[in-house]
Design a protein around this ligand. Structure first.
Ligand SMILES: [Mg+2]
Length: 362
């Protein structure tokens, strides 16, 4: 399988309501789609979602890196040793994990298509369906309580709650109010998106003692591993690393510093499936539970994340709620490669990532 051509295009994705965290607010987005045309007729499809506040990658930088740096490198390459190729690709441009993820997903899509298997099966997965939590955006206490009740009514049994912008007593009160409104029946995942200082984080976490909390995600700044270790040591709930974890070296550093109990994997951070696999394998060895997460992404990026999660069989948690935030047009339903209902995502049995292309050459 030789690469003939690499094409990029922007795909607009509309959200039902804006998404707000301690780092950013997203209303609509354009994702960068990559199509790798192979000489046997297979088209590998991948996508990157720009998240400047997190990865530092903008739509322009992703477009530039793919068209100017990766495209010339990929043209004419043989896909028989994809891992070597993806490793070389990482060295071409520093960072730029989103652009690399788009290429990596397209390569894995092509490999799974060649094997005539859906990507999750190609990765060893057994089940086409999985369940996700739903994320409550930052808002007033009353709005967050109402949102939580609404999503539980829709069928979600676990809620992820965005925090990190308010004073500690407000953060504490918000979660207590949500828990009370839901009669203590729902499991919470808290994500501070680096919004707290280490001592403040410990104070907030101690005030939540006894609440149904599965874990606390990224309480402090990404690079403050000592601060993260301090919170981890003093927390009654497990601490999960997100913005502190991009690659295998980060995972090793987190383990060495005893800086967290759990990992959050996202393809846009790990530069795609190969990077996520490396971290997951280390996590399995070290008995560190992992969650599959995502940025606010488009059809291809989400489908790849769902395939990865299903492909690993033993992931502890899934935070793959973005498809429930899309405006589900007929076009979207046709393209996205999986279906959603209540809190469940079900992958199609199409080979590869399952994204439907206009040109029908997938
Ligand atoms: Mg997070």
């Amino acid at each position: 399988m030789k690469i003939k051509e690499v094409q990029t295009e922007l795909v607009p994705i509309a959200l039902k309501t804006p998404f707000k965290t301690a780092l950013r607010e997203v209303q609509t987005l354009d994702v960068v789609r990559v199509k790798i045309y192979l000489d046997n007729g297979i088209v590998g499809v991948g996508e990157a979602a720009p998240t400047p506040a997190i990865t530092g990658d903008t739509q322009e930088s992703i477009w530039h890196d793919i068209t100017q740096c990766y495209r010339p490198y990929l043209s004419g390459r043989e896909l028989s040793h994809p891992i070597n190729m993806l490793t070389e690709l990482k060295e071409l441009v520093p960072h730029a994990t989103s652009a690399k993820a788009a290429i990596d997903i397209a390569v894995f899509d092509a490999l799974a298509k060649q094997a005539q298997q859906p990507l999750y099966q190609y990765l060893g997965g057994k089940q086409a369906s999985l369940q996700t939590d739903y994320t409550i955006s930052i808002g007033s206490k009353e709005k967050m309580v109402a949102d939580a009740q609404g999503y539980v009514k829709q069928g979600f049994t676990e809620l992820k709650v965005k925090m990190g912008l308010d004073d500690p007593e407000v953060e504490v009160a918000k979660l207590k109010a949500m828990n009370q409104a839901l009669d203590g029946k729902i499991q919470f995942r808290i994500d501070a998106n680096q919004g707290w200082e280490p001592r403040e984080a410990v104070e907030i976490i101690q005030s939540w003692k006894g609440l149904p909390i599965q874990f606390i995600e990224q309480p402090v700044k990404a690079h403050d591993l000592d601060g993260l270790a301090f919170v981890t040591k003093n927390s009654t709930f497990p601490i999960m690393a997100d913005e502190s974890l991009y690659n295998l070296a980060d995972a090793q550093a987190l383990i060495q510093h005893k800086a967290c109990h759990m990992f959050n994997l996202k393809l846009m951070k790990t530069a795609g499936i190969q990077g996520a696999l490396e971290i997951f394998q280390l996590a399995q060895k070290e008995q560190i539970p992992c969650m599959m997460g995502s940025m606010i992404e488009g059809y291809g990026g989400m489908a790849a994340a769902v395939h990865f999660a299903a492909g690993m069989n033993t992931l502890a948690y899934n935070d793959l709620d973005v498809p429930f935030m899309w405006k589900l047009t007929e076009q979207a339903k046709k393209q996205m490669g999986f279906t959603i209902s209540k809190n469940t995502l079900t992958l199609s049995n199409q080979a590869g990532v399952g994204i439907w292309l206009e040109e029908g050459r997938a």
